[in-house]
Design a protein around this ligand. Structure first.
Ligand SMILES: [Zn+2]
Length: 104
């Protein structure tokens, strides 16, 4: 399990960012927002990155993936997997226990 902790944004030094030991330069949502705009041409990537904005606000890893995708036009399989896993985890923790998983 990755341990997360809070550190001040490396750019504005104002907002706190949730980071892991792997983050070498923490950037907050406000600072990265400008880099996150743009058009993703790949339909699969577009679908993948179409998650609630709240998730991007909360998670710097998801932000970096989106920025990477905008910059390079695609993502590696590993990045896609990690992105999906993170989104799934966030959805589960946001949902609470009032929903019974559907089994078939
Ligand atoms: Zn900042």
């Amino acid at each position: 399990m990755a341990v997360t902790y809070k550190q001040k944004c490396g750019r504005c030094k104002k907002n706190y960012v949730l980071i892991t030991w792997r983050t070498n330069f923490p950037l907050c949502y406000d600072c990265q927002k400008k880099e996150m705009v743009g058009e993703i041409k790949d339909a699969a990537m577009k679908k993948l990155l179409n998650i609630p904005e709240e998730f991007y606000k909360e998670n710097s890893f998801l932000r970096s993936i989106k920025i990477n995708c905008l910059r390079f036009g695609k993502l590696s399989e590993k990045q896609v997997e990690a992105f999906k896993k993170t989104v799934k985890k966030m959805k589960e923790s946001n949902k609470g226990n009032d929903e019974t998983p559907v089994k078939d």
